[in-house]
Design a binder for this molecule. Structure first.
Ligand code: SF4
Ligand code: SF4
Length: 466
């Protein structure tokens, strides 16, 4: 098994050299990198570092390339999902997080399986089809079975025509045995953010608990992939250290997985540090990332790893999310709350909160806005359910016409399902208009094929996908 215990694939020297050499890049070098990125072949560390220096009109050229690459691979669809926070118990001491062990300002709580079923029902009734289960890095009675039971509960919960079709999870780095159990539990994506790849920074902000072990965390994706979990979600917490350095280190990590397992990261998230209850570090990040640089990061990642889904969370304000969609974001959490209990209005409990979320609008508003902006809101979960995961997914993604045809088709069928079962008024009008517009753009054969699928949904069939 290809399991590492030391993250020796993070080569600080290579990162420093790439950044240093790129600082001497001229406009011709930048344009060469933009040109290469347009071929959708991805970028090396050095090329990515060069594009970090694209400013003014060069930045606009890079943004145009990011838009073209995103559209070429993902079409117009944007997948929507909800995080479901099931527990805020934690034994770690991350100085930027409200849930750190020693923070007494937070009331600790965790959901029973009945409560998880209730929260799931609320999400189903809003129209969600995929959730990201999130827990603090400790479990009730210190028993990992809690995570497995929670996944089973979410899958087992039904309401009307609805169900959650794919459960992803962001939980403490598991052991190999635990990954096997997650695979048995039908886990979708395993997500874990390294937070910082810069060892001195990592040590300074992770003061105690298992998370203080940099290597245990940084090698978690090796354990996941060696156990047969093909889809992993990665990211850093922007604001802890220099964003340029962290982005290159993240790419090194992805390249290592590609070399070892033939497939890199399924998704990358781009969280920025936000204020957190009882955290001075989070109130004033030492390497705060401006909105402009944040958008640059989105575009860079879209160009450097073109087949990787880019996820933006509700932490970012609506205006920035709008811009991010154009530049490369392919998935968004929508209408989400980050406090255990918050999907039930009568149970709002801000003292149990983790991080402030920036965009609290309900799902139907986000759907309408995404459609008004010219993107197709999608609730698709097809790939995970027909085995297009890991290397199989990469294979599909490396044929952009196949991927965008599947994504476009499934986006329309799942959107229509949502409109039939969960929407009314302006959202329904905007969604139906979007479906008509997309059909008009399709070649006749594809249009006939998709129209037939949409008719099946109108007749009451559900879960229709390719
Ligand atoms: Fe715990 Fe995660 Fe918060 Fe760290 S970031 S204190 S591990 S919940
Ligand atoms: Fe994602 Fe696959 Fe659905 Fe496209 S077809 S939206 S890649 S699950």
């Amino acid at each position: 098994m290809n399991i590492k215990s030391v993250a020796d694939f993070i080569d600080e020297h290579e990162i420093e050299i790439a950044l240093k050499q790129a600082s001497r890049a001229d406009r011709f070098m930048v344009r060469d990198c933009v040109e290469k990125a347009l071929s959708m072949a991805g970028l090396t560390l050095r090329e990515t570092a060069v594009l970090m220096h694209a400013d003014g009109e060069l930045r606009e050229e890079m943004y145009e390339a990011a838009r073209a690459v995103k559209h070429g691979i993902y079409g117009s669809r944007v997948v929507l999902f909800a995080p479901l926070y099931i527990s805020n118990l934690c034994t770690n001491e991350c100085s930027y997080c409200a849930l750190r062990n020693e923070n007494k300002e937070v009331r600790r709580r965790w959901f029973s399986q009945e409560e998880i079923a209730e929260q799931t029902r609320i999400l189903i009734e809003q129209g969600y089809k995929r959730v990201m289960l999130v827990a603090g890095e400790a479990y009730p009675k210190n028993d990992f079975q809690y995570v497995l039971d929670s996944i089973a509960t979410i899958y087992a919960t039904k309401s009307g025509n609805g169900e959650i079709r794919r459960v992803h999870a962001n939980v403490a780095p598991p052991t190999v045995e635990q990954f096997y159990a997650l695979r048995e539990a039908n886990l979708g994506v395993y997500q874990c953010f390294q937070e910082s790849y810069h060892r001195p920074t990592y040590a300074a902000v992770h003061k105690s608990g298992k998370k203080a072990d940099f290597d245990w965390r940084a090698t978690v994706m090796h354990r996941a992939m060696a156990s047969g979990i093909g889809d992993v979600g990665m990211g850093v917490l922007y604001g802890l250290y220099d964003w340029r350095w962290e982005t290159l280190a993240l790419l090194q990590h992805i390249r290592e997985l590609e070399r070892t397992f033939g497939v890199g990261s399924h998704t990358i998230s781009v969280p920025r540090m936000e204020p957190a209850v009882g955290s001075a570090v989070a109130a004033k990040p030492t390497h705060a990332v401006s909105d402009d640089d944040f958008l640059k990061i989105v575009a860079l990642l879209r160009l450097a790893v073109p087949y990787t889904g880019l996820v933006m969370s509700t932490r970012e304000p609506a205006e920035l999310r709008r811009k991010g969609l154009g530049l490369g974001v392919s998935q968004m959490s929508a209408g989400s709350h980050t406090d255990p209990g918050n999907y039930s209005e009568h149970e709002i409990d801000h003292d149990a909160g983790k991080l402030e979320a920036g965009d609290h609008r309900p799902l139907n508003e986000i759907v309408r806005e995404v459609a008004d902006l010219g993107f197709v809101p999608s609730f698709c979960t097809a790939c995970y359910r027909v085995g297009r995961t890991g290397a199989n997914f990469k294979n599909m993604a490396s044929h952009p016409h196949v991927m965008s045809r599947n994504c476009d088709t499934n986006a329309l069928t799942t959107l229509l399902e949502y409109l039939c079962d969960h929407s009314a008024g302006d959202t329904k009008v905007a969604g139906l208009h979007m479906i008509d517009m997309q059909l008009e753009k399709m070649p006749p054969t594809q249009k006939a094929f998709v129209t037939a699928m949409l008719e099946r949904i109108k007749r009451g069939e559900r879960d229709v996908f390719v």
